[in-house]
Design a protein around this ligand. Sequence first.
Ligand code: GAL
Length: 693
Amino acid sequence: MTERREFRWPHPLQGNSQEIWYGGDYNPEQWPEEIWDEDVALMRKAGVNLVSLGIFSWAKLQPSEDTWDFDWLDRIIEKLGTAGIAVDLASATASPPMWLTQAHPEVLWRDERGNVCWPGARQHWRATSPVFREYALALCTKMAEHYRDNPYIVAWHVNNEYGCHNRFDYSDDAMKAFQLWCKKRYGDIESVNAAWGTSFWSQQMGDFSQILPPRFIGEGNFMNPGKLLDFKRFSSDALQEFFRAERDTLERITPDIPLTTNFMVSAGNSMLDYDAWGKDVDFVSNDHYFVPGDQHLDELAYSSSLVDGIARKRPWFLMEHSTGAVNWRTINYRKEQGQLIRDSLVHLAMGANAICYFQWRQSSSGAEKFHTAMLPHAGEHSQDFREVCELGENLKVLSGAGVTSSTVVKSSVAVVYDYESEWASEHTATPTQQVRHWTEPLDWFRALADCGITADMVPIRADWDSYEAVVLPSVYLLDERNTKRVHDYVATGGKLFATYYTGIADGDDHIWLGGYPGSIRDVLGMRSEDFAPLGTDVSGVLDHLNLSNGAVAHDLADVITSVAGSAQVLAQYEAEEWTGMSGIPAITLNVYGEGLAAYVGCRLGREGLARTLPDLLSHMHITASGGSSSASVLRVERVDVNTQEHFVFLFNRTHQDVTVSREGTVLVSSRATVHEETSTATLKANGLLVMKY
Ligand code: GAL
């Protein structure tokens, strides 16, 4: 495994002090040059101090194979820089020009049926094409050589959202690269056969040349799960390898400019193993788009906490989010009153020292003309732009108060997220397709918040075993290393919560035998023999199970048939005899070594967990931390370890007014009224307070 790169953050422009970066993607090439001055003036008005440039500019920078045009980019960078606006410059490789794909159609990626992804949008390139690589690296070289001494470039923005549209490629280039990847991972073909269980359905391979990508096998058929999991690993690695090639090319020429690439961490997205990527960037950046409806705040907090975990609690960069509606959902809901400012400050609370948007000026043509932006179609005389300016003011206040030197305070509870468990649990031949890894961590994060605990989302490779308590939520794969970590953690006093569908298989997706959850049964002091899926697709089957504590299970329950003498049953199913589930333990608690291990053997969802957790937390001696912790408020704290200054962020989780206590000097408030006499404040829906003590 390669070492983690040293953390490097974009320096402020000469003469400026370090502030929260504020701005967004800027696409001046979409506009006549006459409006650039207005752009810069309005950016200054809004407090913008950084923009990302050139992300989709390849065709304009290199109009044909032998011609280059940097003049326009030089001119806008100069305008921005002299106005005090720094530039996060793209490698510009995200969207290859027509002349390239016309001359070299072999760079276009292919889907599982061999169909070509034609130009017409973006990311129509394959990561494993030697031809594409040559052109892309030539562009990186030109960019770096041209801008090596430019004082306004503070970071490299390498490519853009790798894998968003070209995650899987089934071309012959990809096939060859996949064969090499397998050779590197397994050494000989027999080990690949063993890992993929190829004795099943006569799939043995005699040679690496027989390894195919998981190409089309007919509707309703089932791909070998080992191959599929490895193809997901390979696809993430192939793009990462391409990223490294771009990064290293830029770095050779401009060693002093920190580099990043924008991830897409959100609760429902596991395209790439972002935790594995996190060690390869100088600073982590993320793009996050809100989920409309009642998950909005919680999903955002969950995702930004996961980014904080991927960044190992070093500052990270919010590269993109939206001021309002996006344009790529079926219905593109607006943000509610107050959410523009609130959303940005949640990211900041969770460790973002840069708040940027897609994009500065809303496009008037092209596929994203209905996507909101900092400067909307309506222009500067608009509610959105006024709020963008207000946010700029807020960020200045927070910068002045020293927030950029603080990091997010560690929670007492870690909720583990594992990209590979998500990938493996996505397979279509499982006990129920209603169950996958990702929904469970989100439910726990939300239910813990309902109990006044803001948990840390922690990737499985990170230090979850240093927390007071840990949740393993449907962590389907537990390899030997993580199995040992779980044993050591609890044996030495850790408090573990594990759920159904955890520890089912090893790192090759081979079932741990002897009863579930195979490799950590002893820690949990229970054993399940079967899965009891709960569904509504046919009548007459079990669709839910009532627990003796009042919670209700849906989707999946374990058939727990034995419980160790060291364990107690905290809740069981109340069901009719014919179901086979009556009296079966649903929630257990075991004493193992010096620690405690609770098992929640069914899917309870956020509501069921919120009902169950108060009792479970008290059995585990875990209390909510700090100040205004309550179900109605999300509380996040950052601390400057040198000065011991604390920044407390309180966000209203409800649509009703909530009253909170003041915890220090109020730095920023939005949709909040502070009552000086009582040292309290009332937060309206989407309201917030940032305080310092
Ligand atoms: C991102 C992308 C941006 C823009 C944005 C719209 O995926 O990086 O270029 O398309 O989405 O939400």
